[in-house]
Design a protein around this ligand. Structure first.
Ligand code: KIV
Length: 291
């Protein structure tokens, strides 16, 4: 059986996501931030690759996603799209790149498509974000929405914590998701939302929901590359499942390399280049005659 859910070759057609939802086939999304991660995600069979502004934390070492810039996200997206050929690649619009005006939002979304090869963009929030979604979709760029815990506004939300945990807040979240769909989003990320609420939202929407900390009722799931592979060693949220411990494997490999260099075990003959004997003799003769 193909490791891809349905389509057989080339780029996943965007409308296929709706088909997957209708058929009840789950959608796998992962973040990637460079050429090798884009390529590995593609080879593993994910449908969607997100070049998340989480790069600010897991790649660039910031404490939050807020400092991520357009230039940084463009560079990372450009690299990821060179590796991820079959999945749809979605570029996360960083904080400040779409809030100022519809015009600026469209300009920046178009840059992701034209300069970085992205297939779509993702915007956090609802409310004032809705008009930006409409403007960007109107300009011909597909948009993924994102509600629940939206890290760019973590300060206003009172920190990195689950959202929609009272009836009133769940109602708002439900309405926000419907409004994003009406504004033209082709899919919506639900982050850190009670599973029961995420399931109801998923049932109500025609477009797929992609959950992170939102339970198994969503149409798909997303995890951050560094969390999934054990490369980010900060405190992981409860919704993270770690599938490998690559930081430990990398550390052990590097320690072995350092020891080999210090002990003269590396490089070996197989890692070095030879020169024909007569050429070496001629060189040595030249060296001996050189004053
Ligand atoms: O930036 C990111 O990686 C995200 C995902 C967690 C959805 O927004």
């Amino acid at each position: 059986m193909s490791k891809y859910a349905s389509w057989t070759h080339g780029k996943l057609p965007l409308p296929e996501l709706l088909e997957l939802k209708c058929r009840g086939q789950k959608i796998a999304m992962v973040t990637a931030y460079d050429f090798p991660s884009g390529r590995i995600a593609d080879e593993a069979g994910v449908e969607l690759v997100l070049v998340g502004d989480s790069a600010a934390m897991v790649v660039l070492g910031h404490d939050s996603t807020v400092p991520a810039t357009m230039d940084e996200l463009l560079l990372l997206t450009r690299a990821a799209t060179r590796g991820a050929k079959r999945p749809l690649v979605i570029a996360d619009m960083p904080f400040g790149s779409f809030q100022v005006s519809g015009e600026v939002a469209v300009e920046n979304a178009v840059r992701f498509v034209k300069e970085a090869g992205a297939d779509a963009v993702k915007l956090e929030g609802a409310g004032p974000t809705l008009s930006r979604v409409q403007a960007i979709v109107g300009a011909g760029v597909p948009v993924m929405g994102h509600v629940g815990l939206t890290p760019q506004s973590a300060t206003m939300l009172g920190g990195f914590k689950a959202q929609g945990r009272t009836a009133e807040k769940a109602e708002r979240l439900y309405e926000d998701a419907l409004a994003l769909e009406a504004a033209g989003c082709f899919a919506i990320v639900l982050e850190a939302v009670p599973a029961a609420i995420a399931s109801r939202v998923t049932e109500a929407l025609q477009v797929p929901t992609i959950g992170i900390g939102a339970g198994a009722g969503c149409d798909g799931q997303v995890l951050v590359w560094h969390d999934l592979l054990g490369l980010y060693e900060g405190k992981a949220p409860r919704f993270v499942k770690r599938y490998a411990d690559l930081a430990d494997a990398a550390r052990r490999a590097l320690e072995a390399y350092v020891a080999d260099v210090r002990e003269g075990r590396f490089p070996e003959e197989q890692h070095t280049y030879a020169i024909p004997d007569e050429e070496l003799e001629a060189f040595e003769a030249w060296l001996g005659a050189r004053v």
